[in-house]
Design a protein around this ligand. Structure first.
Ligand code: PMP
Length: 360
């Protein structure tokens, strides 16, 4: 069996032990004689699967009791709409920080339902940094403040949360959830698509504070109301059963490894290895502002398009794949989520060093 080191931004690499366990249980889940995929979501077995996954996730994130954990569908992109639909009922204005393509999509969707105030943007420098945010930049009457905690395309992250007072802070944590400790109590809503640090695409995790679940705008479809899913325990309709099962296995793997503080240490070592090399290199250059660098997505460039293309091709021949950067930044991007082992980053850096020597 040949496994590559897959630096995809998402869907991304999953931990090998998780895939192996899923494979072993594929056709006969623990003596039931059927695959999880074939199981009624109302069965006792499945109920155990989803509850165990939820409990593990709550423990990993240390989620306070006054928050609900929802397993939804529609990706983070559906949350771009669900957030305003559910939160605009308490006031039809929200503050957004624009730190990249995903923020922009969230802003565009919110604008369909109310007043959106873009308090700051880093678009002037291709989103290579996180804008400085002060308390008085936010509107006192805002229903919420929205930030993108980690910017998958540009490789930036908030290292400090904005101070927003009593306004609920809502965040898209799609590309950094479970990668480092965060204080859930600082947020009103945290949402994330699964296909980076949680599991396969198809399930979307939403952590929502109790007081924000309630009235939604009148026209909100039943499926787009948080209250619907809170009331039904994420079982209002058929949930993405297999994706949730796989996410549960990923949570188990994380707990076995010592939880988020343990994986955070590994993630910091991985990122430091790559950034230290980029900082010392005469050929490669990181594109994100040093103080705002992501632990998960590392974009970098070579001096010419030709060298970028050669690097990507030769890296793939060496088992280091999906390193092509997003078209808006160009060059390369190494996504090094939880499932990327330290050895994968060591191999990448060794290959970059060799490439530098050969192309200097
Ligand atoms: N937000 C961020 C930060 C993302 O990285 C992505 C996907 N790469 C999305 C939102 C969109 O997620 P989905 O495809 O699950 O809708």
């Amino acid at each position: 069996m040949a496994r590559v080191y897959n630096f995809s931004a998402g869907p991304a690499a999953l931990p090998l032990p998780v895939l192996e366990k899923a494979a072993a249980e594929m056709t006969d889940y623990r003596g039931t004689g059927m695959s999880v995929m074939e199981m009624s979501h109302r069965s006792q077995e499945y109920s155990d699967i989803i509850e165990t996954a939820r409990d593990r996730f709550r423990r990993l994130m240390d989620i306070p009791d006054n928050y609900h954990v929802l397993f939804l569908q529609g990706g983070a992109s559906s949350q771009f709409a669900m957030v305003p639909l559910n939160l605009f009922s308490g006031g039809a204005r929200a503050d957004y920080v624009n730190t990249g393509a995903w923020s922009k999509k969230a802003i565009a969707e919110a604008k369909r339902w109310g007043d959106v105030n873009v308090v700051a943007s880093s678009e002037d420098k291709t989103f290579s940094y996180i804008p400085k945010l002060e308390r008085d930049m936010f509107s006192p009457d805002a229903a919420y403040v929205h930030i993108t905690l980690n910017n998958t395309i540009y490789g930036t992250r908030y290292t400090k949360l904005p101070s927003v007072g009593n306004i609920p802070l809502v965040t898209d944590a799609s590309s950094c959830i479970l990668s480092e400790r965060i204080d859930v109590s600082k947020f009103g809503i945290i949402y994330a698509g699964a296909q980076k640090n949680i599991g396969p695409a198809g399930v979307t995790l939403v952590v929502v504070r109790e007081d924000l679940v309630g009235d939604a705008l009148e026209a909100t479809p039943t499926m787009f109301r948080y209250a619907t899913h809170v009331k039904a325990g994420s079982m209002f309709n058929t949930p993405p059963t297999y994706a949730i099962y796989l996410a549960g296995l990923v949570f188990e793997w994380l707990e076995d490894r010592g939880g988020i503080s343990a994986i955070e240490e590994v993630n910091k070592r991985k990122a430091a290895l790559l950034y230290d090399f980029l900082d010392s290199s005469s050929l490669f250059k990181g594109t994100a502002a040093t103080e705002d660098r992501s632990l998960m997505n590392v974009p970098f460039v070579l001096p010419t398009e030709e060298l970028n293309a050669t690097f990507i091709k030769q890296a793939a021949q060496n088992g280091l794949v999906t390193l092509k950067g997003h078209r808006s930044v160009g060059g390369m991007r190494a996504s090094i989520y939880n499932a990327m082992p330290l050895e994968g980053v060591e191999k990448l850096v060794a290959f970059m060093k060799k490439f530098e020597t050969e192309n200097a």
